[in-house]
Design a protein around this ligand. Structure first.
Ligand code: C5P
Length: 400
């Protein structure tokens, strides 16, 4: 898998930087092209000459070449790479990566990289175990960074514990696996994902909506794009960033979402209906702010169109995935949706499960199709997205 791959090797200021020399050799032996980026501090631990010789490329440290003023483009570097491996990764660099600090070339390259990123932490045992470091690693994992766990043993401080950078052979193996996992299995396929809550205006000031944040749909769109699919994310209002490689279509109301989804469906190979679409919308939208009076008031609502059912009606051999968020009789409701909307499978989440459903970063789901139900434990929404896309990939393969 590594043959011909472009790897950026990022080196930070840790005693374990001496192992980066061996790591670079192993990557070269496996057939990779390697470009080395070092933090200014890393130069204190291993010389640029060593790394330039082993990688057979000049070392990058500064934003500008001090000799001739040429700009070292982190954007071009990020685009060139198939994988960005930061080994060793210090607590300082991990913290900066987790918070988006961009004060050296290694970090700006991280922010620009579109490829899979892996870090191999190296630090003293207490620094590694510290809640801040662990929280930063959790943040990075959540964003898809592969963390290559440090080993236990004697540390540079003389203490013994967890914090030794993983051995170069193990790191190379993990990079190989990471690149296998990230192969573009859905290249050439086009998917629609609907996400977030819709907003139904009552007057120019008020509206009806729900608690959906869009996080689950955004994670699915990101996962589909990471596997090479062309993704149109039809999104209600949210403050979430657009996942890399995804094209977002902004909508507000259920009617706008219906129009966008049906227009895109013609060219799509599949759709994941993740949005929490309003089932009812006000019959009339007042063109001025409704003034309060002392009386009670009521708003007449009419049914919205069911987007999923409309796509399901002319699905053909395409893939259609739906969600069901239930508070009771989960299985029966999910099965009814499967049939009514012509879904291939339904992702069921129950509001009864702690950590599932709206707002949070975790979800607990079951995948239900016409012949089976598979229950999963509580996972991050990113992991849930991966199992949903695995199932989509499986269906795609079977329909080739
Ligand atoms: O029937 P219910 O709204 O519970 O079904 C949920 C599923 O249907 C979700 O996948 C949701 O995105 C989709 N849906 C839709 N259009 C609607 C209502 C629901 O696409 N108007």
């Amino acid at each position: 898998m590594l043959e011909g791959k472009h790897i950026i090797l990022g080196i930070t200021g840790s005693i374990a930087a001496y192992k980066a020399a061996m790591l670079c050799r192993l990557l070269k032996t496996a057939g990779c092209q390697v470009r080395v980026v070092m933090t200014p501090m890393a130069k204190q631990f291993i010389t640029p000459l060593t790394m330039a010789t082993l990688s057979r490329n000049p070392i990058l440290v500064d934003f500008f070449d001090p000799e001739n003023g040429a700009w070292n483009s982190h954007v071009a570097l990020g685009e060139w790479a198939d994988c960005y491996l930061i080994a060793p990764a210090t607590a300082n660099t991990l913290a900066k990566m987790a918070t988006g600090v961009a004060d050296n070339l290694l970090l700006t390259t991280y922010l620009s990289a579109r490829c899979p990123v892996a870090v191999a932490p190296a630090m003293d045992l207490d620094m590694y175990a510290h809640v801040s470091t662990q929280a930063n690693l959790a943040t990075l994992r959540e964003r898809g960074v592969k963390v290559i766990e440090p080993g236990e043993g004697e540390l540079a401080s003389g203490l013994s514990g967890k914090g030794r950078m993983a051995e170069p052979e193990q790191i190379v193996e993990e990079i190989d696996t990471l690149l296998c996992e990230k192969k573009k299995s859905l290249a050439g396929r086009r998917f629609i994902v609907t996400a977030g809550a819709t907003i139904e205006a009552i007057d120019p000031v008020r509206y009806i909506t729900n608690h959906s944040t869009g996080k689950m749909g955004y994670a699915i769109a990101g996962e589909l794009a990471a596997r090479g699919a062309d993704v149109r994310l039809i999104s209600g209002r949210t403050s979430l960033p657009v996942p890399q490689g995804v094209e977002r279509v902004d909508v507000l109301s259920a009617a706008e979402m219906y129009a966008a989804a049906t227009a895109q469906w013609e060219h799509a190979d599949g759709a994941v209906m993740c949005a929490a679409v309003a089932d009812y919308t006000p019959c009339e939208v007042a063109d001025r702010k409704i003034k309060k009076s002392d009386d009670d008031m009521s708003i007449r609502l009419r049914r919205t169109e069911d987007i999923a059912a409309r796509l399901g009606a002319d699905k053909g051999g395409r893939i259609l995935v739906g969600f069901a968020l239930e508070t009771d009789d989960e299985q029966a409701h999910a099965e009814a949706k499967l049939v009514k909307k012509n879904f291939d499978f339904v992702v069921l989440n129950s509001l009864r499960d702690a950590g599932a459903g709206f707002r949070g970063d975790t979800n607990k789901v079951a995948l239900i199709d016409r012949s089976s139900r598979t229950d999963y434990p509580l996972m991050s929404k990113r992991e849930v997205a991966a199992i949903i896309v695995d199932r989509i990939e499986h269906l795609t393969d079977n329909r080739k």
